[in-house]
Ligand binder design. Structure first.
Ligand SMILES: Nc1ncnc2c1ncn2[C@@H]1O[C@H](COP(=O)(O)OP(=O)(O)O)[C@@H](O)[C@H]1O
Ligand SMILES: [Mg+2]
Length: 245
């Protein structure tokens, strides 16, 4: 008996036509992400990591191949169904945070729940719980411009969790952060992992990658290597960066 993967791709491709010709950004990716699994993807700039995440979360359409979320194909569904799926089943975290600058932290976090049709009261209650979870209760009424980079990213992570997504997709979430803020975000992903959240994290940070169950290396649009990290390894590396206290 096997679990339905939260994410599954087969022969996934994305090509861009440019002046210089065809760019094969994602070139035949087969991926299964099990429920509760954390997968880290590493690889040089331009190898297709962001394009892959966009395809996984339905932000972009593949040129070929299949993507399924919880056993349901999303590569061939209509725009409305895809938009609904993105809103309710996927949480995105970006390197540049992408918060709404004119909204406070709590308003940013509750927005996805409101867009998904939750009542204002339920959405606010959930947003306040999430801000507590990321340690920002005392910043709930601050605008993003009054927050540090690490605080902004924690707001963005809380926002990504607003609708209890099947999967959180994070694209270099610590790429704009100093090392103290990176550790905060690292601990947060670690606790999400422990709580059973399915995660796919694109990262250049070996410490983040070390918290994953599986580490995938990407080159030129394809997976070239895959390492299953044992609990022991995660524990050891986790201890090195202070996760074990
Ligand atoms: N909208 C686009 N139009 C043309 N080429 C693109 C577009 N988006 C990405 N690419 C190209 O696709 C390749 C993969 O890009 P990307 O997924 O952003 O890589 P990474 O996130 O690993 O740095 C690169 O060669 C990039 O230049
Ligand atoms: Mg990228």
């Amino acid at each position: 008996m096997s679990h339905t993967p939260v994410l599954r791709t087969r022969g996934l491709r994305k090509e861009y036509g440019t002046g210089e010709g065809l760019v094969r950004a994602v070139d035949g990716v087969d991926l299964d992400v099990a429920p509760g699994e954390t997968v880290a993807v590493m690889g040089p700039s331009g190898c297709g990591k962001s394009t892959l995440l966009h395809l996984l979360g339905g932000l972009d359409r593949p040129s070929g191949g299949e993507v399924s979320l919880n056993g349901r194909r999303i590569d061939d569904i209509g725009e409305k169904a895809l938009a609904r799926m993105r809103r309710t089943a996927v949480g995105f975290v970006f390197q540049a945070f992408h918060l709404m600058e004119e909204l406070t932290a709590v308003e940013n976090v509750e927005l996805p729940a409101l867009l998904a049709g939750r009542s204002p009261r339920a959405a606010r209650r959930r947003a306040e719980e999430l801000l507590e979870q990321v340690g920002l209760t005392d910043r709930a009424r601050f605008l993003p411009s009054a927050l540090s980079g690490g605080q902004r990213q924690r707001v963005a992570i809380a926002r990504a969790l607003s609708n209890e997504p099947l999967v959180v997709l994070a694209d270099e979430p610590t790429g704009n952060l100093d090392s103290a803020a990176t550790l905060d975000v690292l601990r947060l992903f670690q606790s999400l992992h422990e709580s059973g959240q399915t995660l796919v994290i694109v990262t250049h940070d070996a410490r983040i990658a070390a918290t994953a169950d599986r580490l995938i290396s990407m080159r030129d649009g394809a997976f070239v290597d895959e390492t299953r990290l044992s609990g022991g390894t995660t524990g050891q590396l986790g201890a090195l960066v202070g996760l074990a206290d």
